[in-house]
Design a protein around this ligand. Structure first.
Ligand SMILES: *Cc1c(COP(=O)(O)O)cnc(C)c1O
Length: 342
């Protein structure tokens, strides 16, 4: 907790426009701390997509609550507000769990549809925890990631758009009460006095060395976001029509943690690209509702059709801010040739 940590928190606050920012050990802890600060626990239902990294729902179970899986929109890949409303309605009707929070995930760098989600949240007095692990630096209807939801979390794992050289994370909120909860919880539930522990918390400090690295990387982050967007723009213009791709909704921007497309026969296309030396990856090969610990979790009554459709077909193309135009062209030519030689 050296001076660089405080400095980083100040800079993250001015970058995002959030009132309070707390760094922590990683993005999974950030989610757990946000849920703990909101008092989420046993008997509570937390609504989350299945199409996300496992940490989103793992944090729900770590605080003793039950995840309820919600389907995604087939165009944006983010939480579908109708599927969410149906899921909350079911939990209310069943009456066994107390509906408590929603975790929209900003998949692959694009913010979820927060206005629509907040409408559902307000109707049922639910709190919104924005899992912005992949979207720090993006925006939605004039707000920056960090200002979306009641509380937001991010990750600085090296593979994220703003990565450090190990693990790191942060929590953002404008709510003073939540802020003081998080401040205490991330440091063993510390009270006003250093050795007076008033609640059960975590050891979730960000290392000073990682804060120092992030301070430098934050300076060039705006230009990296522009570069990522240029790559995405080029891909979007060049991608053959037979491939579907994640669409950014109007009024939103993405930081393109991944550039993700979808099609039938994904594996043969990936093989073809691999033979040309073009790496691809599948995020994520197995949806969370089919992972062992979450098999019995409740699902939205609308089903998870789009989640399953996408998870069987998506793959991500190379994406980083330093891809030269030559390499981008090579990737698109390789993709066109692979598709036409099928
Ligand atoms: C990476 C990620 C996390 C977890 O972050 P860590 O820093 O790896 O713990 C949580 N949610 C999503 C959507 C992620 O992509």
């Amino acid at each position: 907790m050296g001076p660089e940590v405080t400095k980083l928190e100040e800079n993250l606050a001015s970058f995002s426009g959030s009132k309070y920012v707390f760094s922590c050990a990683n993005g999974t802890d950030a989610l757990q701390l946000a849920l703990m600060a909101l008092g989420v626990g046993p008997g509570d239902a937390v609504f989350a997509p299945s199409f996300t990294f496992v940490a989103t729902v793992e944090a729900v179970r770590l605080v003793g609550a039950q995840p309820v899986f919600v389907d995604v929109d087939q165009k944006t890949f983010n939480m579908c507000p109708d599927s969410l409303a149906a899921a909350v309605g079911k939990i209310v009707q069943d009456g066994e769990l107390h509906p408590k929070a929603i975790i929209p995930v900003d998949l692959f760098g694009q913010p979820a549809d927060y206005d629509e989600i907040l409408q559902v949240a307000d109707r049922y007095s639910l709190k919104v925890v924005a899992d912005a692990a992949q979207s720090f630096g993006a925006s939605y209807r004039g707000k920056n990631v960090g200002q979306l939801g009641h509380i937001a979390t991010t990750s600085f794992f090296p593979a994220k758009p703003l990565g450090c050289y190990g693990d790191g994370g942060a929590i953002f909120t404008d709510d003073e009460e939540l802020a003081s909860e998080v401040r205490s919880l991330r440091n063993h539930g510390q009270g006003i006095d250093r050795y007076d522990n008033v609640k059960v918390g975590l050891n979730s400090r960000l290392d000073t060395i990682q804060a120092a690295i992030l301070l430098e990387k934050l300076k060039i982050f705006p230009s990296e976001i522009i570069n990522r967007d240029k790559v995405a723009h080029f891909y979007s213009q060049q991608i053959p029509e037979e491939l579907g791709r994640q669409v950014v909704m109007s009024g939103a921007s993405s930081v393109w943690a991944q550039y993700t497309v979808f099609c039938e026969e994904r594996d043969s296309i990936r093989d073809g690209l691999s033979k040309l030396g073009i790496p691809t990856a599948v995020y994520y090969p197995k949806p969370n509702h089919l992972q062992t610990p979450y098999l019995s979790a409740i699902r939205s009554p609308t089903g998870l059709r789009n989640t399953e459709y996408l998870q069987e077909r998506v793959f991500s193309l190379p994406m980083h801010p330093y891809l030269t135009e030559e390499t981008q062209t090579q990737i698109m030519t390789g993709l066109k040739n692979t598709l036409s030689s099928r």
